[in-house]
Design a protein around this ligand. Structure first.
Ligand SMILES: O=C(O)CCC(=O)C(=O)O
Length: 256
């Protein structure tokens, strides 16, 4: 069934509407995102497991890997795709509308009450691919975005770690700044805002497996004490950038 459709083309993921439920009939997603607050975490982390189905995960992975190879940027410890435009501290230089498959995923996120408000529909998607052993240094997402990060995870689980911001004079030791972690499972939606967006750093350690202990905010009886081997994880970080300029010759020169 799946192979007969070009889900990554202009018709997007809606081709599944008759056969599955991409635009969400799941009872879980009809609830407000606020019902998914992780109470043990600093404010505010909301976490919706199984936000997308396995079929939707396959379709999204297919689109990620069908992107033309120049779309990938190879970094030292992972590779990434940038969709929507190039973001710097002042805003985004748009490179055109998002493809339908990403727009369909955004429809699904904004359909969840208390995610992105009207007028703040996500317009930028960063796709990171991590092989086992790869990660991302602790960082904040900064002022260029509306302060809400939504992340859909594909392919593998991981631990996302949170840290107090570094003070230049003291506290440079990451272990001392560590606040706790979220166990982020494949197919989940993670929402980060308020203190977690503004005042904490987040990062992923370069490990091949993750042990779930008491420092994991969403550990429960089914995960506590367990170790999860990492596979290749693809994350889609979906955000709204309020200040957008169109791609022009001037902007191109400024990017150099
Ligand atoms: O992969 C993730 O879940 C985190 C990605 C991230 O923090 C970023 O791209 O800024």
């Amino acid at each position: 069934m799946r192979g007969r459709f070009d889900v990554c083309g202009p018709k997007g993921l809606n081709v599944f509407d008759s056969a599955s439920t991409f635009l969400m009939t799941s009872t879980e997603t009809a609830k407000s995102a606020n019902e998914y607050v992780v109470h043990k975490a600093p404010s505010v982390i909301r976490y919706i497991p199984n936000f997308i189905s396995e079929e939707e995960e396959d379709a999204l992975l297919k689109c990620v890997y069908e992107a033309p190879s120049p779309k990938w940027d190879q970094l030292l410890n992972r590779r990434l795709q940038n969709w929507g435009g190039i973001v710097n501290s002042k805003g985004m230089i748009s490179d055109g509308p998002l493809p339908k498959w990403l727009s369909d995923l955004i429809d699904k996120i904004v359909a969840v009450p208390d995610t992105f408000p009207a007028g703040r529909r996500p317009n930028h998607v960063l796709i990171n691919e991590y092989k086992p052993g790869q990660g991302i240094m602790p960082h904040t997402d900064g002022p260029a975005y509306f302060p809400l990060i939504s992340t859909v995870s594909l392919g593998s689980d991981t631990l996302l770690d949170f840290y107090e911001k570094a003070n230049l004079m003291e506290n440079l030791d990451l272990a001392k700044r560590y606040v706790g972690s979220m166990f982020v499972q494949r197919r989940s939606l993670l929402l980060l805002n308020e203190t977690v967006y503004n005042d904490l750093h987040h990062g992923i350690r370069e490990r091949t497996s993750d042990k779930i202990d008491d420092s994991v905010f969403n550990a429960d009886e089914s995960t506590l004490g367990q170790t999860f081997e990492r596979g290749t994880r693809v994350s889609l970080t979906i955000r709204h950038c309020p200040k957008v300029a169109k791609l022009s010759l001037n902007n191109l020169l400024l990017r150099r």
